[in-house]
Ligand binder design. Structure first.
Ligand code: HEM
Length: 504
């Protein structure tokens, strides 16, 4: 790799960029207007060209990605590349070029320069689909002014505290139903004496049903009955369609628009038919969803609600698998969280929002799960002005990616990073963190005005489910070996983990 090894990780961390020799020479940025305070120790800022990279020819790189199946292991590829090239590198693959970073100080600098209308990578394949063209794009696919207008509307419906108060009881109802369904299943199919039975299962299909049922309840204001004895085939098909859409997106992202339809034909066909199905599900008989009350503009509603639905299921069902697994293989942690949950639930008098507020370890469990297994492995931004990262000049408009998987597992940033420890997010502990408690470590939902619009739904949905599961069951795992992970558009287990549920 050109530039490889030049800024390799030393035993004590990454060497600083200042004074580093890149591509065999010490260089300085020519012509960039960089404030004095941003310049490196030798007073010079290095040019963009000098940032270590993984190969200049983007088509050769694309070929390598296909051949070595790197799309599936993008998170591991990033981790390896940071280890060999240092805390910043460039990558050109097909149509995509990015600067990749992973240290909180650099990420904070990136977000400081995002402007009023932060822009993210455009998901070209989604935007090319005919239904998207016909009905318009939702907030996920938009940028600039167009995005801002939609986003302000959606914030009111799903992010503000008033909205949260409205949807928590809906999520709680579904979480409690999930646990009743599980109680019945364990009692019927489990082993051991009555009342103390246990059952080992792969809970993934049930978690997907839970996530779909919960999202529909919030977004359409209706229960679709997925925990009944005969769950609908239509809903199962929606879940498969979202999975297929996510899995086919990354490879298509790297092909140019025109080639997409020819070279990527089989993938494209799968992608388009998956979207067709998702849009069909988005059809609401009345045209207006009940719980989220956007103004009367059917195209806007359809585009946004379809994107919210597509974004809502896998993103919460998958971290729940990881969370159950980590709680199962860390019984002491599980007991600590349960004890707090039991106390808070007893004091809350049936008010789910109050119960969550008094059980911060639940929130810590979600944060810790997303630190080790970030659903979206990167957060992208195009800075609106020139910035300096690691003493390299980054021109405005460059796509810069904060790489969350390497960040979450870095010993530079987290003490004992592979330990699952929800308590590390407590206030007093956080202040003593490595890197001086500067924040920008918990970024699974992104940052600022453009952060995940489903964040409050997702956080509450996952916490409520874990709360009721911990109140009703002891969790353990038949195998505590690390889960192998893969990247579709999201990070997920190669094989869903098995969990043993024992009635308490
Ligand atoms: C654990 C669950 C989830 C995680 C980790 C997650 C993560 C993210 C991230 C990292 C972004 C990009 C943020 C940025 O660029 O700063 C994002 C955007 C988005 N997410 Fe989520 N998400 C989750 C659940 C959800 C849910 C439940 C929904 C829908 C109800 C949703 C809908 C969206 C949408 C529509 C956007 C685009 C927002 C915009 O561009 O303005 N997400 N999410």
């Amino acid at each position: 790799l050109p530039g490889a090894g030049v800024r390799a990780r030393s035993a004590r961390g990454f060497r600083t960029a200042a004074g580093a020799v890149v591509d065999g020479k010490v260089g300085a940025c020519k012509g960039a207007e960089v404030p004095e305070s941003k310049k490196g120790v030798d007073g010079q800022v290095r040019s963009f060209e000098e940032i270590p990279h993984t190969g200049r020819n983007s088509w050769v790189n694309l070929l390598r990605f296909w051949r070595e199946d790197r799309f599936r292991h993008l998170h591991k590829h990033m981790e390896r590349t940071f280890n060999s090239l240092g805390p910043i590198y460039r990558e050109h693959v097909g149509t995509q070029s990015s600067v990749n970073i992973m240290l909180p100080s650099d990420i904070s600098e990136l977000f400081r320069s995002e402007g009023l209308h932060p822009r993210r990578m455009t998901l070209q394949p989604w935007a090319t689909h005919r239904e998207t063209r016909q009905h318009g794009k939702g907030v996920f696919l938009k940028n600039g002014e167009e995005w801002r207008a939609d986003r302000l509307l959606l914030n009111k419906e799903v992010m503000m505290s008033e909205a949260v108060r409205r949807f928590i009881p809906l999520l709680d109802e579904v979480a409690q139903d999930f646990c009743h369904m599980m109680q019945t299943k364990v009692e019927r199919e489990g082993r051991g004496e009555r009342g103390k039975r246990s059952l080992t299962i792969n809970p993934s299909p049930d978690l997907f049903r839970f996530a779909l049922e919960a999202s529909c309840h919030v977004l359409y204001g209706e229960r679709i009955g997925l925990f009944s004895s005969s769950p609908s085939l239509e809903s199962q098909k929606f879940i498969w369609a979202v999975e297929r859409m996510l899995a086919t997106t990354p490879p298509l992202l790297y092909l140019p628009h025109r080639l997409l339809l020819h070279l990527g034909a089989p993938l494209w066909t799968q992608h388009a038919s998956a979207w067709d199905h998702i849009f069909t599900h988005g059809e609401d008989p009345e045209g207006v969803p009940a719980a989220v009350t956007l103004p009367e503009c059917p195209g806007l509603i359809k585009a946004n609600i379809t994107e919210l639905m597509a974004g809502a299921v896998d993103t919460t069902a998958v971290p729940l698998q990881f969370a159950l697994f980590e709680l199962g293989r860390n019984p002491e942690v599980q007991q600590r969280v349960r004890q707090q949950v039991q106390e808070s639930w007893a004091q809350a008098g049936g008010d789910p929002q109050k119960a969550l507020q008094e059980a911060p370890l639940l929130k810590g469990t979600i944060r810790e799960t997303l630190r080790l297994y970030p659903v979206g492995t990167t957060v992208q931004r195009y800075p609106v002005k020139d910035i300096v990262l690691q003493n390299y000049h980054i021109p405005a408009g460059t796509m810069v990616q904060a790489c969350l998987y390497p960040l979450g597992r870095s010993a530079e940033v987290f003490e004992d990073p592979l330990r699952f420890d929800p308590g590390r997010w407590g206030k007093s502990r956080e202040e003593g963190q490595r890197g001086g408690g500067t924040g920008f470590r918990s970024l699974a939902f992104g940052f600022g005005a453009r952060q995940c619009v489903g964040r409050r739904i997702a956080e509450n949905e996952m916490q409520l489910l874990l709360m009721h599961i911990l109140l009703g069951f002891d969790l353990s795992v038949p195998s505590s070996e690390d889960i192998k992970t893969m990247c579709t558009l999201i990070l997920m287990p190669e094989t869903p983990p098995k969990i043993t549920f024992t009635k308490l």
